[in-house]
Design a protein around this ligand. Structure first.
Ligand code: ADP
Ligand code: MG
Length: 699
């Protein structure tokens, strides 16, 4: 029935392989893709204006008859101008098209046309390169002319290669005329009725070719019932898929359900070096509650840099270990794994649990011995990189996997655990604050705990924004910190297209700082092209204080903890995203000293660019910054990659349509609970869902 919607665009009249490839490039392969893509905007060409009333500067639609036409040569060889005089009952106006000689054979005298364009005065009034449409009388009902491009509200589409907006408008019009009357509707009718939304076919027609009288403002805000209906349809299916995915994990059972008693509480108290903050306590409770459920936990712990996520994870680990289960603690890099290992081992010193580190450097006999002890259950807590669960490592009874600082890969890790037949509780931790607006979508199948408070006594990082020309003064500030025994970061952005140039700039800067500016201190360079062990060597030397100034082109590894580093200079700060700057800044302010972050910018900088930097200087609250960043950059850029867990959407927009997403989620929830949908339909959704929304199937 809806087979027509699945027709490849290539097979449509007037498309063919070349134009189909143009469509493919913007992600449109089938008729369904085409009709489910909203126009960029709508133009009201519905009000035909009498020609005599036209004024310079107006954007107008006029209807009239071609009175005369001619092709004019110009002084530029080969460049011709086509002119037509178009008149209605009230008067006439000249229409001019540059370099489109072929129009001479199309727009012939005596034809009726509708033109749409801007009125210019040169000095007589004229329309330059207007959109045109020839009206053949008697086309429509009651002898009325049917127009597609003019005389109505028209959709304006994104250009697709050689397919102009006008060509697409005609194509969409023709395709919509062929959409069958009886169209299967994935949006249940009761939801549709509850929300007062039109059926599918009507919505498609209205979203592209609105009936006269539709509000142009609502259209351009994508808020007509037809548009809302298509957005809700997409969100509903998306949420339904998410909920089903969740439901299927909830049915699995993990190796052992955890119990908590006074003995365990006492053991936790013993290792705790400080009082937990409110946020830590609340998060821990949510985590431990999950661990006591039969289904595996899938929880994301969000907390800004320095919020104290590690101790929360360790306490959860302790609960697992007290229950006779093993814990894997994974960090994104070896050096971070080492740091975790050192601090976790210290915290667990007084306990009976064995902590070990497994990295690429663990080799030979030691590795074999370690793997054997892990398999036997003699190692309780193993710290390593994300490779930990991917290799040949076997556990006796893995109860909890903690994945630190890499929410993006959390999904992958979970999948790889599953593929090994393991169903532990999973705790993913991230310092990237996810705006509330996105959490629902990005982590729809994860539970989220958020810690918004900070451990006491933390001093806010003093952030200042300076033009690059004030460099001298900044160096004096850095030198002051170095003289006081502190350390400094100097960060360079790395933009892929100019990677080489940037690297050169960073290298020269490192030399310059070492030789001319801070000759009495040690300066080292860290960049993305270095081998991992070379990077690790530099990081270690910085961590131990052997190096005092670290010049880095890479984002200094997330989570790296050098408490003595108290100042960071970020070059070309205008090139970074806000969240990224915030993450970078989090590398300082980790000790008891007052820390500084200096954002250096270069001219030319836009006013909004500078505003952005000032916004960062004004707050240390990562969540506030994330919301701001999201508003500025949009969801796609906010996360950067598809791995982010954000769906590919065709009608909906996560920012614009956030409240519709919430509504769709509620509807999907109650729908699933009501068991109204046939198992076959659910199954087919389950299968097509990951591809449709461009998400990984982890179930
Ligand atoms: P992040 O959330 O960035 O991973 P960490 O877990 O590394 O933060 O914690 C940052 C620092 O704060 C660590 O030195 C840790 O010991 C300390 N810390 C964490 N929680 C508290 C607390 N409740 N009271 C005092 N210090 C704390
Ligand atoms: Mg951390």
């Amino acid at each position: 029935m809806s087979d027509f919607l699945q027709t490849p665009l290539q097979y449509l009249k007037g498309v063919g392989p070349r134009r189909a490839a143009d469509f493919q490039r913007i992600g449109l392969a089938t008729v369904e893709d085409l009709v489910y893509r909203f126009p960029l905007r709508y133009e009201d060409r519905g009000h035909l204006q009498p020609i005599s009333t036209l004024k310079e500067g107006q954007e107008v639609a006029v209807a009239g008859r071609i009175q005369s036409s001619r092709l004019r040569t110009t002084r530029r060889p080969g460049f011709k101008i086509f002119e037509a005089l178009v008149g209605d009952d009230s008067g006439s106006i000249r229409a001019v098209w540059m370099n489109q000689s072929f129009l001479h054979d199309i727009l012939k005298p005596r034809l009726n046309v509708v033109l749409f364009g801007t009125v210019e005065a040169r000095p007589g009034l004229q329309l330059t390169n207007p959109e045109y449409e020839i009206i053949e009388a008697g086309e429509g009902e009651a002898g009325e002319a049917v127009t597609i491009h003019t005389g109505r509200i028209v959709p304006v589409y994104e250009k697709a290669g050689a397919m102009t907006p006008k060509m697409q408008r005609r194509l969409v019009y023709e395709v919509l005329a062929r959409v069958p009357d009886e169209l299967e509707d994935p949006l249940p009718s009761d939801i549709r009725e509850r929300l007062c939304l039109p059926p599918r076919r009507e919505a498609l027609l209205e979203a592209h070719f609105p009936v006269p009288g539709t509000s142009i403002d609502l259209l351009n805000q994508f808020r007509t019932p037809a548009q809302i209906r298509l957005i809700v349809e997409e969100f509903f299916l998306f949420q339904l898929g998410l909920l089903m995915r969740r439901r299927s994990t909830a049915r699995e059972s993990k190796p052992a359900v955890v119990h908590v008693d006074d003995r365990i509480r006492e053991s936790a108290r013993k290792i705790l070096p400080f009082r937990l903050t409110e946020g830590q306590r609340a998060a821990l409770k949510e985590i431990v509650d999950d661990m006591q459920q039969p289904a595996p936990m899938n929880r994301l712990l969000q907390g800004d840099v320095g919020a104290g996520k590690t101790i929360v994870a360790l306490l959860a680990a302790l609960v697992a270990m007290e229950n006779g289960l093993q814990v894997a603690f994974m960090a994104p890099t070896e050096i971070l794994a080492e740091q975790h290992y050192l601090s976790l081992r210290k915290l667990l010193e007084k306990s009976r649990f064995h902590v070990e580190l497994l990295t690429g450097a663990t080799a030979g006999l030691r590795r074999r011995d370690l793997l054997a002890r892990l398999a036997a259950g003699d190692v309780h807590l193993i710290v390593g990189t994300h490779a930990l669960v991917q290799g040949t490592v076997t556990f006796r009874s893995l109860g909890l996997a903690v994945i630190d600082e890499q929410h993006r890969f959390g999904v992958v890790q979970r999948a790889s655990l599953r593929s090994k037949g393991l169903r532990p509780d999973v705790l993913v931790m991230t310092a990237t604050p996810i705006p509330r607006t996105l959490a629902l979508t990005a982590y729809g199948d994860l539970d989220v705990s958020v810690m918004r408070d900070m451990p006491p006594g933390r001093r806010a990082i003093a952030t200042t924004v300076k033009p690059e020309s004030r460099r001298e003064e900044i160096y004096r500030l850095v030198k002051g910190e170095l003289d006081a025994g502190r350390q400094a970061y100097v960060v360079y952005p790395l933009i892929e297209e100019s990677e080489k140039v940037d690297l050169k700039a960073a290298t020269e800067m490192a030399d310059h700082l070492a030789q001319d500016i801070f000759p009495e201190y040690r300066v080292a360079l860290l960049h993305g092209r270095m081998k991992q062990d070379a990077k690790d060597r530099v990081m270690r030397a910085f961590a131990s204080g052997e190096i005092q100034v670290l010049v880095s082109t890479t984002v200094i590894e997330v989570g790296i903890d050098v408490a003595n580093a108290s100042i960071m200079v970020i070059e070309h700060a205008e090139r970074f995203g806000l969240s990224q700057l915030h993450q970078l800044r989090g590398r300082v302010g980790r000790g008891s000293h007052q820390s500084h972050c200096i954002l250096l910018y270069q001219y030319p900088i836009s006013v909004p660019g500078k505003e952005r930097l000032k916004a960062l200087a004004a707050t240390n609250d990562g969540f506030e910054i994330a919301e701001r960043d999201l508003q500025l950059r949009g969801p796609g850029d906010f996360f950067g990659t598809r791995q982010s867990g954000l769906p590919t959407l065709r009608t909906g927009d996560l920012l614009r349509d956030h409240s519709l997403m919430e509504r769709a989620r509620e509807e999907a929830k109650s729908y699933l609970a009501s068991n109204a949908m046939s198992p076959a339909v659910l199954e087919s959704l389950r299968q097509t869902w990951p591809a449709r929304f461009g998400l990984m199937d982890v179930g």
